[in-house]
Design a protein around this ligand. Sequence first.
Ligand SMILES: *Cc1c(COP(=O)(O)O)cnc(C)c1O
Length: 750
Amino acid sequence: MRVTATVTALQQLAASVRSGFDIPVIGITGSNGKTIVKEWLYQLLKDRFSIVRSPGSYNSQIGVPLSVWKMNDQHTLGIFEAGISEPGEMESLERIIRPTVGIFTNIGEAHNQGFLNSRQKINEKLQLFRHAEVLIYCKDYYELNEAIQLFSQTVRKSSDKPLQLISWSQKTEAALQILSIRKEQGRTEIEGLFQDRKVSVQIPFVDAASVENAINCWCYMLYAAIPDEEIADGMALLKPIAMRLEIRQGDNNTIVINDAYNSDLTSLQIALDTLQQQNMTAQTVILSDMLQTGRAEVALYSELSEILQKRGIRRFIGIGNALTHYSHLFDANKDLQKYFFRDTADFLRHFKDFVFENEAVLLKGSRSFAFEKISLLLEQRIHQTVMTVNLSAMVQNLQVFRRRLKPGTRTMVMVKASSYGSGGHEVARVLEQSGVDYLTVAYADEGVALRKAGIELPIMVMSPSIDAFDRMILWRLEPELFNMRSLTHFVAVAENIGVKDYPVHIKLDTGMHRLGFMESDLDELTAYLDKCSCLRIASVFSHLAAADDQAHRAFTQQQAGLFQRMCGKLSDALGYRPLMHLCNTAGIVQYPEYHFDMVRLGLGLYGIDSSGSLNNQLRQISALKTVIAQIKEVDAGETIGYSRKGKVDRHKRIATICIGYADGYPRALSRGNAYVMISNKPAPLIGIIAMDMCMVDITDIDQVQEGDEVIIFGDALPIQQLADWAGTIPYEIMTGISQRVKRVYINETQ
Ligand SMILES: *Cc1c(COP(=O)(O)O)cnc(C)c1O
């Protein structure tokens, strides 16, 4: 069927998907904090429910239907956010989300443009709760409270079920009355009264916005009657939500973090976390005025000054009239080098007076300040070959696989070889925030690097060398033990250090014949394990040799059968049952019956499914790009490059591009009919790929100039294609991109 109104059609389809499910659905709206409240509720509830939620900040007329469309019958809870910019928009979002529980986070100045006044804006947003049973909100927003009271008494009165209001307040009686908020050493303790009961939580944040977001989440947890200890445990571990950040390598050994969103201190704290995680000794913060916070400027900028002081930031550059006006508020911070400029242009005029080297620089400016001009100067590089890695796309890929798992099945993600070439801790951090259960690296050093970057998840090390065992224990890394030699050595080290119940993973060989205990080794293994108390077997696993090849289905089934038998024997001998896992990406797709307790996701996360069946759901997360260094006209009869292999049969235009085999662009491609993309058109390689450069034929592409972008792989040219041309597999292409190629991380969420 063809439709003319595509958005309406999409919305109707999503509404019809939604009507098929009778599960609790939380709908969140408000001016700020929607995404954070949604993600925190997810963090708090993910062990209890199988949750479907909006990806990132999908809260628009298109984002909402796409989010709701993901609902399936495994889900037991939905959490969706809704944002509007004009009157009339919320009604359609309400039909799609149909929340049973509502959260109205707050009301501020953002997006007032489309509305007459804030009352109109509030009333419009309240439309989201026309059929909700419960509404959570903060009473201390006077106008919001008034509007909600009226809404529940008049608008909602006509419906059969009244709207239950769960309000919270720091000032007056409320369903959750906040008694005290105490901040100490980066944590905030909040005490309250709920149903005549004293309750309290601690969160690992101190800024006012985080406290508000956390209390909104808390109200839901209390309403849902989650046990107090579980709430407290979850709240204490809340993690910051990555905002729209890009991390780039700049000139002179600088790292530039770019965040084009600057309207509250919460997002600043998150960006500062990212800044400090870069492990650079010096840090500069370049910040614009904060718009739309709804807070008094003196209080806002005083708190900013305190935050910079606490964080030990070395240099601060404030841009905007307000910051310049309040520059004296930063005087108390004696160690801070501070500079103020009225606007971006003014700063750019003085840019040459500043030296940026060996440091991490945070650029955080509201859009209107056009900070991209500053980032361009900081990153200035003429010939750059970069690999972009879209972390948001990666999280979406993760969800594609998670949806294939039974609820409760754990996910281990393989981040070996710098996450298949995508980058180490940047990828790991996003995975940690997305709630995966385990990470796996190949070597102890990779694991130590993740720990140093602040990764807390359990990490399994697959090929630990014996002399790294003590270091592994120090850094809480869990070894894969695959033979008696590795096991006995590890036990010796563990006993020497004096640890108890240290988690380790036993690898079984069921047919791959790489690493692992064979079935005939089991008696010796169990007899030995029986004697040592320093270990706890966290998991038992094996690896499929040919999960991606249907021709070997019978062999795979035989491997799985042997695996189950060996696990059974081990569990019997141990007297407890460790986690069992067998499937890699291909196994997850092809063998749902062998998911067991956990799966080990690798290649699929990075957007590739060798079976091809998920290709339209997965996004390729990385793109490799370079630029044209030179263009020349070459006559028929000439040759191009080494050994004169590139023959020119007619007059041609040739571009030399800045990528060679030392960047990981396989030299084997020279032999085939490989091409790169320039101006969205294929440009065939000509001649042999050199170490740092190669040549392409651009005769048939119009208007190409030196300096133009060249796509080596990306959305329009899949890695799989390159692998086919080079006669290899995508894994080898991905892990072969050399370290000298800069990685640029993209985060689409906000
Ligand atoms: C690399 C690896 C995986 C992941 O394989 P993919 O095919 O990338 O999903 C799983 N298990 C083990 C033991 C591995 O070495």
